[in-house]
Design a protein. Structure first.
Length: 381
C-alpha cells in the first residue's frame, strides 16, 4: 500500500486524504491546531469547485449545509439603505452550479468523510523532512518518524512546508487586510436571509444573516502596511478601519467574537509546485485570495485531480508534473481575475463606488442579468 503524509487538515489536505484513500493509499494527516477549525466565513463553491465536491462524493452532505443565496441591502456609511439587490442577482453572478457554505461546515463535512479512512492527528506537525528517489522521511513534533511515498504540503498561505522545502519569497502581498467572524445572536437591523453591505472607497463591510446562528461579518480594506494592521490585532484594526460606520457593520464590531479570521491578502506564485516526492497543494501552492472566490473550490479540484494523476502515472514525479501542467492554467486565470476583482471589494475612489452601484443596479434588470449569467458560465466552464 502506498503511503502519503499530508501536512494540514484544511480543505486541501482533507480533500487530498479523501481522494487518495479512495484510490487505495494509506494517508496520515497532520494538523498543527489542537482541533478542527470550525469558525467561519462564508465560501461559495462555484463551477469546478462544485464538480470536485460531487466527484469526491460530498454533495449530499454539503447540500444539508447550503445557506442559499440572499438579498443584499447596499447601505450608506451611516447605515441608511441605498438600494436592494435581489438574490436573483447573486444567482446570476455565481451561475447554476453553486453552493454557499460556512468554511467550518465544509471542513466538518470533509473531516467526517476522512476520519474513518485516514489517520488524522491534531496538534502535530513536521519538524524535519528529507527525501531520496524512493522515499520521503519526516520527523514529527510528537517524536515519531514517518517514511512515505508522497508528502503533501497542504498547510495554507503561510505554509511551513513551502518555506522549508522550496525557500522563502513566493508570497506576493497585496495592499489589503481582511477580517471575518461568525456572530450569535444576529445583529439588529440585518433581517433574516439578507446581507447589509457597505461599499466605500478602499473598503467593504458586510453582515450576512442566513438565519438562526447563521450570521457572519466580513470586512476588507486597502492598507499601505498590512503588517502594521496585523500587529494591531483583529478587532482594534477593524474598529479603526470601520469605526465610523453605522448600522449592521457597527453592530458586528461592537460584539466580542472569539473566532476572528484576520490576515493580509497575498497570492502565492511558484515556478513549480513539486520537487521529487514532495508537492504543495491549495493555498500553500497557488493562493488566489478571497478576491477570486475560488480558493476552496480549487483546493478540492486540485485534490481530486492529484488522485487521478497518481492513478494514471507509474511514478510519483511523473504524476506530479502532469497534474501541475493540467491545473496551473486555471490557477493563473483565477489569480488574474482576483487582481481585477480587488476593485469590487475596495474601489479606488468614490467615483468607482458610484460606478459599481450603477453596475449593480443595472444587474437588477432581467436582460442584463442574463448577459452576466452567460459570462459567468463561460468563465466557470
Ligand atoms: C474571507 C474569505 C472568504 C473566502 N471566500 C471564498 C469563497 O467564496 N470561495 C472559495 O472557493 N474560497 C474562498 N476563500 C478561500 C478559501 O478559504 C481558501 O482558498 C481555502 O480555505 C484554502 O484551503 P487550504 O486547505 O489550502 O488552506 P487552509 O484553509 O489555510 O488550511 C491549511 C491548514 O493547515 C494547517 N497548518 C498550517 N500550518 C501547519 C503546519 N506547519 N503543520 C500542520 N498543519 C498546519 C492550518 O491550521 C489549516 O488547518 C475565502 C477566503 C477568505 C479568507
Amino acid at each position: 500500500m502506498k503511503r502519503a503524509l499530508i501536512v494540514g487538515a484544511g480543505i486541501a489536505g482533507l480533500a487530498t486524504a479523501l481522494r487518495l484513500t479512495r484510490d487505495g493509499w494509506h494517508a496520515t494527516v497532520l494538523e498543527r491546531a489542537p482541533a478542527l477549525r470550525t469558525g467561519g466565513y462564508v465560501v461559495n463553491l462555484i463551477g469546478l469547485g462544485c464538480d470536485a465536491a460531487d466527484r469526491l462524493g460530498l454533495l449530499p452532505a454539503l447540500r444539508r449545509h447550503d445557506l442559499g443565496l440572499i438579498t443584499t441591502v447596499l447601505v450608506r456609511a451611516d447605515g441608511r439603505p441605498k438600494f436592494t439587490v435581489p438574490s436573483a442577482v447573486a444567482e446570476a453572478t455565481v451561475g447554476p452550479r453553486a453552493l454557499t457554505v460556512f468554511r467550518g461546515d465544509l471542513e466538518t463535512v470533509l473531516h467526517e468523510a476522512v476520519r474513518e479512512v485516514a489517520d488524522v492527528r491534531f496538534g502535530v506537525t513536521t519538524t524535519a523532512v528529507d527525501q531520496d528517489p524512493s522515499r520521503v522521511r519526516a520527523q514529527l513534533s510528537d517524536g515519531t518518524t514517518e517514511e512515505v511515498d508522497l508528502l503533501v504540503g497542504a498547510d495554507g498561505l503561510h505554509s511551513a512546508t513551502r518555506a522549508a522545502l522550496f525557500g522563502d519569497g513566493h508570497r506576493v502581498d497585496l495592499p489589503y487586510a481582511v477580517g471575518a467572524f461568525p456572530l450569535t445572536p444576529p445583529v439588529i437591523g440585518v433581517p433574516e436571509r439578507s446581507s447589509v453591505t457597505f461599499i466605500g472607497a478602499g473598503r467593504t463591510a458586510g453582515v450576512m444573516n442566513f438565519g438562526p446562528h447563521r450570521t457572519s461579518a466580513f470586512f476588507a480594506y486597502r492598507t499601505g502596511d498590512p503588517s502594521a494592521e496585523l500587529a494591531r490585532g483583529p478587532l482594534p484594526a477593524l474598529r479603526a478601519a470601520f469605526g465610523d460606520l453605522g448600522g449592521g457593520p457597527a453592530g458586528a464590531l461592537s460584539t466580542e467574537p472569539e473566532d476572528v479570521y484576520f490576515d493580509a491578502v497575498s497570492q502565492v506564485v511558484m515556478p513549480r509546485w513539486s520537487d521529487g516526492r514532495v508537492v504543495l497543494i491549495g493555498d500553500a501552492a497557488w493562493c488566489v485570495t478571497l478576491f477570486a472566490g475560488h480558493g476552496a473550490g480549487l483546493a478540492m479540484t486540485g485534490a481530486d485531480r492529484l488522485g487521478a494523476a497518481l492513478k494514471d502515472h507509474s511514478t510519483v514525479p511523473e504524476a506530479l508534473a502532469a497534474w501541475e501542467a493540467g491545473l496551473r492554467p486555471e490557477t493563473v486565470k483565477r489569480q488574474a481575475m482576483a487582481r481585477r476583482g480587488m476593485r469590487q471589494f475596495a474601489p479606488p475612489s468614490e467615483f468607482h463606488v458610484r460606478l459599481g452601484d450603477l453596475a449593480l443596479r443595472a444587474m437588477t434588470l432581467p436582460g442584463i442579468r442574463t448577459l452576466v449569467r452567460r459570462g459567468v458560465e463561460r468563465a466557470n466552464r
